[in-house]
Design a protein around this ligand. Structure first.
Ligand code: ATP
Length: 132
């Protein structure tokens, strides 16, 4: 079967470069599945898991926003941050989740709710990817 060369890069460097048969990502417009010979595409990504499939293997990455570009069977994901499940510190993600939840529940004027909401989504995404 034909494959896609998938590369995931963050400001901290490359996270992954490997061949897969299918990529499923959550764009801001909805879920997108990419198979070989997909038409060229650029899509902004949500804070969500990216699913990478090859045969019966499926692996998930926690991807924090960014952009996915598809061209000539190359899928490039440039993200603010992205982690493989084995690289996620579960305790840190739990603490980040609790911190964000406390901020969202507080009634103080100086809370940046959007920032807390995004932190909550990043932490929840990491915990979901560990659970897969
Ligand atoms: P925290 O509040 O714990 O820093 P965050 O969501 O604000 O979480 P980010 O700004 O998204 O963190 O990421 C900063 C860097 O830390 C990135 O390199 C990211 O991959 C890494 N990172 C964040 N949380 C975790 C985690 N739970 N496990 C491993 N790496 C993490």
């Amino acid at each position: 079967m034909k494959t896609l060369t998938v590369s995931v890069v963050t400001p901290n460097g490359p996270v992954l470069e490997q061949e897969y048969e299918m990529v499923v990502a959550r764009a801001e417009s909805g879920e997108i599945g990419i198979l070989p010979n997909h038409i060229p595409l650029i899509a902004p990504l949500s804070i969500a898991a990216v699913r990478l499939k090859k045969g019966n293997d499926e692996r998930h990455l926690a991807v924090n926003g960014g952009v996915m570009e598809v061209s000539s069977n190359q899928v490039s994901i440039l993200a603010q941050s992205a982690e493989k499940p084995e690289d996620i510190d579960e305790q840190r993600a739990r603490e980040a989740k609790e911190r964000a939840e406390r901020r969202l529940q507080s009634k103080q004027d100086n809370v940046d709710y959007l920032r807390a909401e995004l932190a909550l989504r990043r932490a929840t995404n990491r915990l979901n990817v560990i659970d897969k």
